[in-house]
Design a protein around this ligand. Structure first.
Ligand code: FMN
Length: 214
């Protein structure tokens, strides 16, 4: 089973990742905090965090956040031009500062915007994309409206946070919806660490028993 290093805005920046990689390691990939447009430009701070010379030897996957096709094209273009060929799309961020602009989990109730993003991904044929998403903004069945579009995306994996955005990071996880969603994905999936699916998810248990790493 591979372990991935989840990003935390304001914490897991380049210095943190470098030191972790040097002294702890055992992580298959480090995901950067999301890179976003601000006043139409990618923030200089985010670009500094991704600079290859600040991440030497670290298996880094930059994460982007976008409200639709145009933002996705801009941010992906900038990250790709820095030399990255793996990019993670954040469709799970619950922070209102992002969701009210339609980014992060704010994409989930907007299948048209998710469709635009799927089209843009096809424009970057040499990039392996992945997605991190939740069950919904408000309801645990909102994933249903976008799962077929997610299945059309050229993805290497999907990370599922088994809550809705309204809950942010606390409260009951819906493992039934998690199991159902994982079963509808054509892509390998994984989940966030403190969601203990091995104890409560039938699908996780059967997958692991079958010897397939998520
Ligand atoms: C302050 C804070 C900042 C976060 N920033 C990001 C981020 O930039 N990108 C992302 O994908 N997840 C972000 N997350 C979510 C975490 O990566 C992780 O998915 C979340 O804590 C749930 O994982 P857990 O089950 O291990 O707690 C953030 C969470 C917190 C609390």
């Amino acid at each position: 089973m591979d372990i991935y290093f989840a990003p935390l805005q304001g914490y897991t920046e380049d210095v943190y990742r470098r030191i972790h990689h040097k002294h702890c390691g055992a992580v298959a990939a480090y995901y950067s905090p999301f890179v976003r447009l601000e006043h139409g430009e990618v923030r200089a701070k985010d670009l500094r965090d991704l600079r290859p010379d600040h991440n030497q030897g670290v298996p880094l996957v930059p994460q982007v956040i976008a409200s639709g096709g145009n933002e996705m094209r801009r941010v992906t273009g900038v990250v790709r031009a820095m030399g990255y060929r793996r990019i993670d799309l954040n469709m799970g961020c619950p922070f209102p500062l992002q969701t009210r602009h339609g980014r992060g989990a704010g994409l989930l109730p907007r299948p048209d915007a998710v469709g635009e993003i799927a089209e843009v991904m096809q424009e970057f044929a040499d990039v392996a994309f992945s997605v991190k998403m939740r069950l919904g903004m408000e309801q645990t069945d909102e994933w249903r409206a976008v799962v077929d579009i997610v299945n059309r995306m050229p993805l290497s994996s999907v990370a599922i946070h088994p809550r809705v955005a309204r809950q942010q990071y606390k409260g009951e996880m819906c493992m039934e919806a998690f199991d159902e969603m994982a079963g509808r994905l054509d892509t390998p999936w994984c989940t966030t660490a403190t969601s203990p699916p091995w104890s409560r998810s039938a699908r996780w248990s059967s997958t692991m028993a079958g010897g397939l790493p998520a």
